[in-house]
Design a protein around this ligand. Sequence first.
Ligand code: VG1
Ligand code: CO
Length: 547
Amino acid sequence: MNAIPIATKPFFGQKPGTSGLRKKVTVFQQPHYLENFVQALFDVLHGIGGSAAGQTLVLGGDGRFHNRVAVQTILRMAAARGYTRVLVGRDGILSTPAVSAVIRRHQASGGIVLSASHNPGGPDGDFGIKYNVTNGGPAPEKITDAVYARTQELTSYQTMETADVPIGACGVFMLGQMQVEVIDPVADYADLMRDLFDFDAIRALFAGGFRLRFDAMCAVGGPYAKAIIEGELGAPAGTVVNADPLEDFGGLHPDPNPVNAEDLIAHMMRADAPDMGAASDGDADRNMIVGRGFVVSPSDSLAVLAAHAQRVPGYRDGLAGVARSMPTSTAVDRVAKRLGIDCFETPTGWKFFGNLLDAGRATLCGEESYGTGSSHVREKDGLWAVLFWLNLLAVTGKTVEQLVRELWSTDGRCFYSRHDYEGIPTEQADALMAQLRARLTDLPGQRIAGVQVAAADDFAYVDPVDGSESRKQGVRIMLADGSRVVFRLSGTGTEGATLRVYLEQHEPDVSRHSLPAQTVLAPLIALAEAVAEIRRYTGMDSPSVCT
Ligand code: VG1
Ligand code: CO
């Protein structure tokens, strides 16, 4: 069996965003579209026309529509490229954190994740592809930029003419010279979780009647949560709901926030609510934690985990440091200060944490977008965060709400909210950002909508490990007391542009900690409108999603 060249032409816009290349399924279904991107990726990794002999690739996805077709296409191209071995999840299934774990455990050279994460799926939904490098983490910008450049000049790609590999059961198959090993998607990941957490303590918690509701949102987190939480930790059957991954996520929007996981929130607000609620996203790297009648903000969740990390076996020796994305609240900064450890502020997207984790300078990382993770893999990890919380509840005997309120009374509460304006015409969104950037120098010192602006900038990051620079990562308007409003455009959407407005205000006074966030943040919301003219540019009176 020999590699055969297929003539092709470049497609417009195969540029990876915050987390891989995401487009409508119909775009990916065009002949050669996926193939071109994979060829460009392989050309960057192995040199134009170079061989991948001796290397192992990990392959899997979140099971969304087009996942199965894409797996077979990539297997053929990997064989044509000379890969020695591919580890593929059974049925083409691997969560994003599981891909990261499998790459690391099997010393693979990298992995391909087929997912558009929290974006809706199905024939009319989104599809995506992302490459993770040998540390298990998302490819850095120098790779994704080079892949994009290569997509713009392709004239052909290499594949093979073979039958589909049967991936419905574990086993080893040959595709030409390449070995395809179909693996249990959960096993390696579950081993890792067992090493990190006190499973006996969590088992005892459930045996004592503790009730959890884990909503997998019909996405890939289901099989992992069922195997570990119900299977190993003894939670009653039915603890994990929406547990079967469906190609269209059952029509759900698998983004675990109070708006899209409204059913979970409704259960957690009832008088007979379980002790804890949790949800994960399409590819199971995000998580939302909910207490009884009490929603935990992702920024607070990160801070709580950091504050109590030493109570958990995997972090018993303490944290080297913590890291958060720039828009994430400063709650974890305050914890780091108390613990006497470094806190790093990075641009949005998990790829920026990789170097800090590899260099042993950060142990826990998090983003305001319901993403938390640690040095155990190089991705954010939804189920890991849930197990971390369960472990803390088991060993402290406290409730979710108690742990968060304790954080607030120690460090003050960081009131926080994100307002998203989705589906804006791209030119309008670009114009809004451009006018904000043009005003950066004259904003400081001005009083706008009754609020005094202290400083303003466009966030730029110099990686402390390799010195690489990332500019224009979000406009920040800062007040003297540390409150801030941040504006940036999403890099994961597939329709028009999404403006994200992040609002944060610190409140030391415990008597004000139960006020509604939107009320406390009202002056900042008014400032955002006055500075950015959101209504005028977006044509929208209010955000489409507010978390
Ligand atoms: C969003 C989030 C970001 C996250 C990214 C990928 O990016 O804001 O924090 O890392 O999604 O998450 P953006 O550019 O749309 O703001 V996932 O779980 O969708 O891969
Ligand atoms: Co995700």
